[in-house]
Unconditional design. Structure first.
Lengths: 79, 399
């Protein structure tokens, strides 16, 4: 499963977001999640991929950008 | 309620009346270190009551509290268009708080050696989370208070709610308690106190034996029980049927010892409750005892009952339902008071299970093994005595 698909799965299963509301261009702030839920989402993704998302990198806008950040951090970890 | 015997109060009472124990042997621990422990676990289904988007922001104790409150508010006919009584107050008891989130955070920190614990850890762990979740879920706007007084937590919560309604501060209160700490981090701490029951030769279900000669301690349980407190006329005007009437609350401190109970403090709490209810001891027909089945505790409570009730102690029926549902700690007082209200309502006494050979020093009528009718039961009392020497006693009357 790609990191984008995992993020989508979390949003659907844990945060009750409708799948049709989610695309790579969807902005994280458009989903109606409160700040604690967004923090939990980032925690779950970092936990799944055993990565550390630095605070200064957690300012991405769209889900696609978020998935690209996860992929980059995963790759950097393996390098 | 959410209890080891189920979530329907009438069904729970029938199972208790039949002397059925909900205590089981459960494997507890981690992959490389686990043991069998005796527990009274509660099964419940939050689906339909708690939105999915809130579930992961609630530890098990909060989920149980909301599920329990939902049934209480529904039975009281106080939910309309998914909202509860806006002007009500919330009084909840909880001994430890979100114990499962606390263990998970420590597990991540010590076992995975990571400082990245769940962002929701603090709001999951905080002891007032259950009360807050009830408030948010049902739009209840009055004060929401949480009492953390170990095993007396929820008895005090109900007592304080009773005073608030009786004294005119509130028209309606949701009151009770919740506790879910059946994880290994908490269990080993209880084991270290040497207060937990050993498995009985007759099996796990026979292991909690209050007042019995061969008692060895208590079994931890989990669950939540909530009541709606209001003036009886208001309930009846909505077509709701009051279960019973709460008429007195008394509290005291032992000022004696952190874990050893004391006769004097318990006597003063019972006398204070009777005085609050303006009752003479002879009015009481049934006592739901605190009786955890420790060697010292049960005898001290019996001695306290004899002092508080004098000659009438011999005519009291005293039962320890912890023999069947275990010790719910912060939820114990609420569950046991709910059982007491149901006993008044149904005019039937739940037994002390496993009381086959009584301790000669526990020589009151402890309703051994079999429930029985009590057709003249008018008033009953429920005892809760906490570590720290904090005692709370509630008195109720048949509605």
């Amino acid at each position: 499963m790609s990191s984008y698909d995992y993020i989508k799965q979390l949003l659907v299963e844990k945060h009750d977001i409708k799948p049709e509301a989610i695309s790579p261009d969807t902005k994280l702030t458009e989903l109606g999640l409160d700040s604690l839920s967004i923090a939990e989402l980032l925690f779950d993704v970092a936990d799944k991929y055993s990565i550390d998302i630095p605070d200064e990198r957690a300012n991405f806008t769209t889900l696609g950008e978020g998935a690209a950040l996860v992929d980059e951090l995963v790759q950097a970890k393996g390098a | 309620m959410v209890s080891p015997h189920g979530d329907d109060p009438d069904e729970v009472f029938e199972r208790l009346y039949a002397g059925e124990s909900a205590i089981r042997k459960v494997r507890s621990g981690t992959e490389d270190s686990s043991v069998d422990v005796l527990l009274a676990m509660a099964e419940f289904d939050p689906a339909g009551t708690i939105p999915k988007t809130q579930l992961f922001l609630m530890d098990r104790n909060s989920q149980m509290a909301v599920v329990a409150a939902h049934r209480a508010l529904t039975n009281a006919k106080l939910i309309a268009e998914d909202r509860g009584p806006a002007a009500a107050g919330i009084y909840m008891g909880c001994g430890l708080g979100g114990a499962n989130a606390m263990q998970e955070a420590y597990r991540i920190y010590y076992q995975r050696k990571s400082r990245k614990v769940k962002p929701s850890s603090v709001p999951l762990i905080m002891a007032n989370a259950p009360a807050s979740h009830i408030s948010m879920r049902y739009g209840i706007l009055g004060p929401s208070f949480t009492y953390s007084i170990a095993c007396s937590s929820s008895a005090v919560a109900i007592g304080e709610a009773f005073r608030a309604v009786r004294d005119g501060y509130l028209d309606c209160a949701v009151a009770g308690g919740t506790e879910s700490m059946l994880n290994d981090g908490a269990i080993v701490a209880w084991e270290a106190l040497s207060v937990l029951a050993k498995e009985h030769p007759d099996g796990p279900a026979a292991s909690s034996r209050p007042f019995a000669k061969d008692r060895t301690g208590f079994v931890l349980g989990e669950g939540a029980a909530t009541l709606v407190l209001e003036e009886a006329g208001a309930a009846r005007a909505r077509g709701a049927r009051p279960i019973a009437e709460i008429v007195g609350f008394g509290a005291s401190s032992d000022a004696h010892n952190l874990t050893q109970p004391a006769v004097d403090g318990q006597v003063r709490a019972m006398r204070a409750a009777l005085a609050d209810a303006r009752l003479v001891p002879e009015a009481i027909g049934y006592v739901n005892a605190h009786a955890t089945a420790t060697a010292a505790g049960d005898k001290i409570e019996i001695d306290a009952l004899k002092q508080a009730f004098g000659d009438h102690a011999r005519r009291l029926a005293v039962s320890a339902t912890k023999s069947m549902h275990g010790h719910l700690v912060g939820a114990a007082g609420a569950l046991e008071f709910a059982i007491t209200l149901l006993a008044l309502n149904k005019q039937r006494l739940p037994p002390t299970a496993n009381l086959t050979v009584p301790d000669p020093e526990c020589d009151l009528d402890c309703v051994p093994c079999r429930g029985r009718p009590a057709l003249d039961l008018e008033y009953a009392l429920s005892n809760s005595f906490a570590f720290g020497g904090s005692n709370a006693v509630l008195v109720a009357r048949r509605a």
